[in-house]
Design a protein around this ligand. Structure first.
Ligand SMILES: [Zn+2]
Length: 447
């Protein structure tokens, strides 16, 4: 091409470009008609893009009653239709998946996890492979979306971007980047502006003194943080512990309450603030469990649903008496858990929106398994199975700004779980997983 550029004068160059454009345009109709023909062949006589899951009980995640003998019809990655067998005739040529006796519900959404940092019982291992491994592990447990609220590195953006793939079969990722901390409004603003450059879904801060052991972020600093996040058009999620901080953060414009209030009973003022400002409350009850449960061998170390994915070396390390003794320091969180359980019921009854979240991901907070433990604890708090499922699907999606997942409705991504027992009859039935589907792809079961 270079020798052409050397001898063609500028007017001739324009003619040459015009000629090339004409040649390209003349080729286009040929290319289009070839594509059209391929599309027609794909749709007739066998409609290969359609899959019908038939005769299942379908819980759509909206809070509506389950559909008995339902049909879930997929076209590729998305839901084409959902309803009763009478409402949704299975099109000729659609692949059929027989699911009598099974229940389908939307993939669980963890609105507070941590992805990619922990390997075994050690943090500081962030890598692409570790992120992908954690997302695959969540997926095998039926958690099809996770909002990673801290510890995320820049490559999280590329991993999130690759979810556009038609063969997606791991959990979807949202992330916050590093947890932001600073001592002054100016410094925190600068740091948030930096983190915003990573393209995160949230900004994450911590407002806590860790039971009096560390300095707590001052109100003028968290207010500046919220303003800086909003200036970057990002929502801000805050870690917290105390009722007064929850109120202060809500008045300052926080967008997501990332933990339970655990110091005292919540009151009507907090309920009103959550409702008026349309902010979701994420209980993370299993976070409390993780602070003390390993002081002795926990019951779930015998649960096959846990053992199916657990690393024997990790279990062995957690049974070490020296390590068990370190968990005695978590004793104050036993009381915090009791307060959190009571507060969850009061807030739910009061009309606040609850978003299921666990804070899983740091060492010994097991991705996937802890989400099912969280659902059990929510039931222990007094929520009904339907309330828990809504908090883990449609409300969770809305709380983290997602519109294309969280319910089984036409147009949404086909992210769902098939179980052999009905979670509405007992929330631990979410563990009876037969298969998990993301973007219409079955999640591989083997590790
Ligand atoms: Zn967290």
């Amino acid at each position: 091409m270079n020798h052409v550029v050397f001898w063609v004068s500028v007017p001739h160059m324009k003619n040459l470009i015009a000629a090339i454009i004409i040649i390209i345009i003349s080729l286009l109709p040929v290319a289009c008609s070839a594509n059209d023909q391929q599309a027609r062949e794909a749709l007739t006589p066998t409609d290969e893009g359609l899959t019908a899951f038939v005769n299942a009980r379908i819980i759509d995640g909206t809070g509506a009653n389950a559909i008995e003998n339902g049909v879930l019809l997929l076209r590729g990655a998305r839901i084409e239709a959902v309803g009763t067998a009478e409402e949704i005739p299975v099109p000729l040529g659609a692949a059929r998946v027989e699911l009598s006796g099974r229940t389908i519900f939307p993939g669980l959404i963890n609105t507070h996890g941590h992805v990619g940092d922990t390997l075994g019982l050690e943090g500081g291992n962030y890598s692409e492979q570790n992120v992908l491994d954690h997302l695959a592990l969540y997926a095998r447990y039926g958690v099809t979306t996770v909002n990673s609220l801290g510890g995320d590195e820049a490559l999280a953006g590329a991993i999130r971007a690759s979810e556009d793939s038609a063969d997606l079969n791991r959990a979807r990722l949202l992330f916050a980047g590093p947890v932001v901390n600073a001592a002054s409004p100016e410094d925190i603003t600068e740091r948030i502006n930096d983190v915003a450059g990573m393209g995160p879904n949230f900004i994450k801060i911590r407002v806590d003194d860790n039971l009096g052991r560390t300095p707590k972020m001052a109100p003028e600093v968290y207010t500046a943080a919220i303003d800086a996040a909003h200036a970057n058009e990002l929502p801000l999620a805050s870690h917290l512990f105390y009722l007064d901080d929850a109120k202060g953060l809500l008045k300052a414009g926080v967008d997501f309450v990332a933990h339970s209030v655990r110091d005292q009973p919540v009151d009507q003022e907090l309920i009103d603030l959550l409702i008026d400002k349309d902010v979701c409350y994420c209980p993370t009850l299993t976070r409390e469990i993780s602070t003390f449960v390993y002081e002795e061998r926990p019951d779930f170390f015998d649960d096959p649903f846990f053992l199916a994915e657990a690393d024997p070396a990790v279990i062995q390390a957690l049974e070490d008496p020296d390590r068990q003794r370190t968990y005695q320091a978590g004793a104050p969180y036993k009381e915090a858990l009791r307060v959190a359980l009571t507060n969850l019921k009061v807030l739910s009854d009061g009309g606040a929106t609850i978003a299921m979240g666990t804070d899983s991901g740091p060492p010994a907070r097991f991705h996937g398994y802890f989400e099912h433990l969280e659902l059990e604890l929510m039931a222990q708090a007094g929520l009904t199975p339907m309330q828990i499922l809504v908090a883990s699907t449609s409300d969770a999606a809305r709380c983290i700004g997602l519109e294309e997942v969280g319910t089984l409705e036409a147009g949404k991504f086909a992210d769902f779980v098939v179980t052999t027992a009905n979670p509405l009859e007992g929330i631990t039935n979410t563990r009876m997983i037969e298969s998990v589907w993301i973007s219409g792809n079955e999640v591989p079961r083997q590790r």
